[in-house]
Design a protein around this ligand. Structure first.
Ligand SMILES: C[S@@+](CC[C@H](N)C(=O)[O-])C[C@H]1O[C@@H](n2cnc3c(N)ncnc32)[C@H](O)[C@@H]1O
Length: 261
């Protein structure tokens, strides 16, 4: 896995936090005792979970030591665990499995989502948000930039098919195993400041592993090829702002049964 840079990722902290809070607001649990945050990153969303349910045992799980170091420093009272989500299995069923902007890094959602639902306690919820902006210029231009230069041979194997699917696919996957199901999408109109902010935003996530695969001077040339395309696709407006429409998918799957106090 490519290294994560918490500072670059959190440069757009408010824009990245909003969908996490929107998902949190839809969870109908009053006092869950066991909560896991899968792919918790630097822990800013995990802290929001802790604020809503201070009595709960909350575990943040992530595969990046850099992100977890930041998370631990900010909230030592939360239990932080370094682990690969592909292999994660809780010791006991969880009342809430929450995941913001992480599960699209994992493949095979046809297996993953029923597996996660099976780890819920009776009355528990699986709450997930994933980006679904793969067909917008911010993301299609990664592919175009990859294919535009001598770096193509190195970078093309890193391209993945769109990792999060259309809502109806998740309906097909989850309706046989969930007793309640809500699926929705929101396209956020993000109003950004700065020079080429869309390129900076994507550099914090999807672009990073391509940059990490190259040495200089190819790295800078590839980044310049991407940035140039993005400036054309997302021009700065007269007032200095850049609008970045970003589609996100939300899933809230509930398991029937009575929770134990
Ligand atoms: C975009 S960040 C989201 C962080 C946090 N949930 C938030 O909303 O701020 C994605 C996180 O998923 C983690 N991640 C991706 N694939 C993973 C895997 N297979 N195992 C563990 N963590 C993974 C990364 O390390 C990263 O911290």
């Amino acid at each position: 896995m490519s290294k994560w840079d918490p500072t670059q990722y959190l440069a757009f902290g408010n824009e990245r936090l909003q969908p996490a809070l929107d998902l949190l607001a839809r969870i109908p649990l009053e006092a869950p005792q066991t909560i896991v945050d899968l792919g918790c990153g630097a822990g800013n969303v995990t802290r929001a979970l802790k604020s809503r349910w201070p009595q709960a045992k909350i575990t943040g799980i992530d595969g990046s030591p850099e992100m977890l170091e930041r998370a631990r420093a900010e909230a030592p009272d939360i239990h932080w665990v370094e682990a690969d989500l592909n292999k994660w299995r809780p010791d006991a069923p969880c009342e809430l499995i929450y995941s913001n902007a992480a599960l699209h890094w994992l493949d095979d959602h046809e297996r993953l989502f029923p597996h996660l639902t099976a780890q819920l306690a009776p009355g528990g919820y699986l709450a997930v948000q994933m980006p679904r902006n793969w067909f917008a210029p911010s993301h299609t231009n990664i592919t175009e930039a990859v294919q535009s230069g001598a770096w193509r041979e190195i970078l093309e194997p890193l391209l993945r098919p769109a990792p999060s699917h259309a809502p109806e696919i998740y309906y097909e996957i989850l309706s046989p195993v969930a007793q309640s199901l809500a699926i929705w999408e929101t396209e956020y109109c993000q109003i950004l400041d700065g020079e080429n902010p869309v390129a900076e935003f994507v550099k914090g996530t999807q672009l990073k592993r391509f940059l990490d695969a190259l040495d200089e001077p190819q790295r800078s040339s590839f980044e310049a090829a991407y940035r140039e395309r993005i400036l054309t696709a997302y021009p700065k407006r007269g007032d200095g702002k850049t609008l970045f429409a970003f589609r996100r998918l939300f899933i809230l799957a509930g398991k029937s049964g009575t929770r134990h106090a």
